[in-house]
Write a protein that binds this ligand. Sequence first.
Ligand code: GLV
Ligand code: MN
Ligand code: MN
Ligand code: MN
Length: 407
Amino acid sequence: MSHPSTVSGLLTDVRQVGRDARRGGYSRFTYSDADLELREWFVAEASRRSLDVDVDRNGAIWAWRPGPGGSLEDAVVTGSHVDSVPGGGEFDGPLGIASALVAVDHLDASGARLDRPLAVVLFPEEEGARFGQACLGSQLMTGAFDPVAALDLRDVDGVSLAEALRRGGIDPTRLGRDDQALSRIGAFVELHVEQGRGLIDLGQPVAIASSIIGHGLWRLTVSGEGNHAGATAMDHRRDPLVAAAAVIALVRDAAREVPGARATVGRVQPIPGGTNVIASRVDVWVDVRHDDDQVARSLVSTIFDRARRAAALEGCDVTLTEQSYGGSVDFDPTLRDRLAAVLPEAPILRSGAGHDAGVLADVVPTAMLFTRNPTGISHSPEEQIEEADAESGAAALADVLRDLLTL
Ligand code: GLV
Ligand code: MN
Ligand code: MN
Ligand code: MN
């Protein structure tokens, strides 16, 4: 079989995997059947290109074209993720993987000289949608996330990360900072579907990223008194779901008072969650973003103070737990300038979304490319890519890699 050398060709296979009939879009949770199928697909596509595949101690899959003398040091690395948010779009993650594979095809077809090794990497659990920790694979690799804490992570069904890893064929006792993997990366460039309207407004297919906004997830737990919906008089209740309703609105209002801030409640879980039951507890997840980490943290304490006061009016208590935090990131200016020299038409845009590239930027020169999304919508089935833009993105990535691979 001749291998597809277009992004849309590759995504034809990916499109079949992990559709979510109930939510719409795709749910590809890390080490679920859908995720494992896409990991296998990636290995097969890498093997078709004669790339050498290995899986690192944190579950990232690497596909290598070694440099002169079989070297794996000072590699130019590209890649992204294939896991998704619940009911996510088709392209957040897989576009970067498919574009990387197609870029390899472009380099092969043009007989590009590789003075440095080239690798395509697939990071696990970028979204944190299964275990609650965004960019878990890359954070374990850099040491930003503690492997002992990782082993305590469980999904909503109570399945531990260790069990999920074993299902993926990964030994959970080996998680942790991976100096060997890190020392091989000379530069990392991630291509991603754009998650806003920057490229639509500018009329360009491809952008270079300058920075990532700081991004954290907190959990507010509102506790009240579980009781019977029929037998409990209206003024004898301590209903945490009523308090949580006030909390959701005050999160939005508090963020509106802080220029540049974004705060979102996208998930609320009443316990036990019966239709004829006054909940005893409600977990409210609050996603907060700002370029200035101090401002983000101060917004979270404002939210917590106000949440406690709002909950007290309902006779309820609130506790706050930080689930994850990734500070704002400025990508390497030298690498960014180099990309800009290769792609002079590409505008420079900020990223409102988090990425593994943001984690790697702490330890190696890192850059990102965005491909235009004609809806400007992401983390939703509405996310879109035009075929021509997808191929332009992969060609731009190939040009960037060719430049970085030639000394
Ligand atoms: C990543 O997708 C994010 O939530 O920013
Ligand atoms: Mn995402
Ligand atoms: Mn992504
Ligand atoms: Mn993400």
